[in-house]
Structure formats: C-alpha cells, structure tokens
Design a protein around this ligand. Sequence first.
Ligand SMILES: NC(=O)c1ccc[n+]([C@@H]2O[C@H](COP(=O)([O-])OP(=O)(O)OC[C@H]3O[C@@H](n4cnc5c(N)ncnc54)[C@H](OP(=O)(O)O)[C@@H]3O)[C@@H](O)[C@H]2O)c1
Length: 317
Amino acid sequence: MSDKSAIVTGASGFLGRQVLKAFDRSNWSVKGTGFSRADGTTILKVDLGNAAEVTKILDEYKPQVVVHCAAEKSPDRVDKDPEGTRAINIETPRSLAKLCAERSILLIYISTDYVFSGKVGEAPYETEAATGPSNLYGQTKLDGEHAVLSEFKAAGKEGFGVVLRVPVLYGPAQSNSESAVNVLMDTVQKAQQNGAKINMDHWALRYPTNTEDVGRVCKDVAARHLGESDRASLPQILQFSSEDKYTKYEMCQLFGEIMGLPIDRIEPNTEGNDPNVTVQRPYDCHLSTKALKDLGIDVSTQDFVGWWRREVRAFRK
Ligand SMILES: NC(=O)c1ccc[n+]([C@@H]2O[C@H](COP(=O)([O-])OP(=O)(O)OC[C@H]3O[C@@H](n4cnc5c(N)ncnc54)[C@H](OP(=O)(O)O)[C@@H]3O)[C@@H](O)[C@H]2O)c1
C-alpha cells in the first residue's frame, strides 16, 4: 500500500488518462473520476457539479492530492453553452478548492496558455505576466484559476492550491478528434480525397506538448509540494510547455511527410487577425517554464517528430 495518494478528475479525458497513468506508474495510490465515460471501477462516475458527490469521494479516499483535469475545452461547446461552461470551468473548481482547503488537500488545477492574449511581441510569458484571454474558453479558465486561488487564500491555506498552465496537447488518443493536434492527422488523410482545398492556419505559433509529459510533471509537482514543510513559500502558478514550435500548417507538412502523403490540397493561410474583428486569435502564447525549473522540476519533453514517427510506425504494424 502506497503512502502517497491522489485523485485525478477528468480521468476519462484526453489529458486525465495520462495523468492517472503517471501517478500509477510511480506507485501512488490513485483513483480517477469521469462522468459520461466513467466505467465505475478504474474511473468512478462523479458529477463534479454536485458537492455532496465530491465530498463523498474525498472523505472515502482521503487523497493528499487532487489533480483537476475536468473542464469544458471545446470552443464550439463553450460558445454554444456559456452558462454550462461557467459552471464546469469556474464554479466546479471553486467548490472543489473549498472542499480541498477544508481537508488540507493539495489541489493542482490544470489551466491553459489561452489565459494570455498572445499578441505579437509579448511571448514568452512568465507566470506573473498580465493575462488577457482572447476568447470565452480562456476567460473561464482564468476565472477558474482566480476562484481556486482565492478559496485557498480565504481558508488560510495558500500553498495548497496550485495552477499549472499548459499549451495545446497531443498524445495517445481514443480518437484523433480528442486533440487539436492529433486531428490534423485526419485532415492530412482527408486531403487525399477529391474535394475543395483545405485552408490551414500558417500564422499562429503553437507549442504542442505531450500529455504523457504533462502527467509526469503533475506527479513531480505533487511530490515536490508534499515534501515541502513551508508550502506557502512555493509559487502558486506554474507553467509547462514544450519548446517544439509549429504552425498548424507545418504540423500538416510533417504528418504528410511521416505518412508519405502529399498535402498539396492543404492551403497555408498566413493572413493572421483581421484588426477590425473584436475577438482576436492569439498569435503566440509561448509559456516560460522558469518557475518549474526554479523548483527543480524536469521540464524536458518528448520530441514531437520522434513521437509521431513511432506512433505511425506502431499503427502500421
Ligand atoms: N486538450 C488541450 O489541448 C488542452 C490545452 C490546454 C489546457 N487543457 C486543459 O486540460 C484539461 C483537460 O483537457 P482534456 O483535453 O483532457 O479534456 P477532455 O478530453 O474533454 O476531458 C474532459 C474531462 O472532464 C470530464 N467532465 C466534463 N464535465 C464533467 C462533469 N460535469 N463532471 C465530471 N466530469 C466532467 C469528462 O468526463 P466524461 O468524458 O467521462 O464525461 C472528461 O473526463 C482541461 O482543464 C483543459 O482546459 C487542455
């Protein structure tokens, strides 16, 4: 029986599955929660909007750490259901933070590089840089950060709430549509069929980061915080990112090369933002990993090209 215990919310999701694995591999006693995809055994079904259900699992499993991955991340669903999104992205982490603070449980809240505006010339962003989300998803995640940190502060438990910001993610998926990066593999395949040309962004810079690496970093942050007697002295906001830099079009070029498929039906779009449009897309939200490095946490990542070459080779076998 391990002396270290954790709960991972959103463990049926794209990132949560790898976070769960990372703790499990390091012999933590770990339980995952999900909702529509929960199997009831490895992953418990918990409606995180229901405080009684959350209280029950916290009191039954008594984790030292909760990694909160559950959220609404699809921009389409966010825009279609702003109230539902605010509930899961802001009110759920707020009530989870309150329950964790009352029990002195460390809460790692997964956030996003989209809390920054990504305007040309601003990146890389340090943890304390001014935020300014350019869309509703980023705003709800930023409000979720504030909700978490203010609940711990109000309870006099600063140092038990930690925000971990990450950029766009790729990695093992149940279907490519789970990730804005993996889905470009499908785009390259679709581009082999006859039909209209596919317009692909070749302006905004992305730093695709592997979910397995994020899982390992969550586990390292948890261990670092649990081992610290003066937790309030540790930074409350951390950022993790790969240094691999691509536009979406460049990712399509790479996937085409790896799969041996032409991409001439995919058109690079270098237009960038229309200055007359109110909602501007981030150009570059590159996250500095300095705060993690200062804590002594390994920020190395898997190589993007190498990972995809292995993935395609394994798929073909
Ligand atoms: N994916 C990215 O590129 C990316 C980039 C930056 C930051 N992030 C952040 O990383 C975190 C994980 O994202 P992801 O890509 O893994 O998302 P995901 O694949 O959509 O998974 C979302 C998870 O949340 C659970 N969930 C949703 N509503 C719930 C509710 N009411 N009660 C309980 N569980 C609920 C889902 O459970 P069921 O599916 O079982 O219903 C699922 O396990 C999020 O906080 C996201 O903001 C993601």
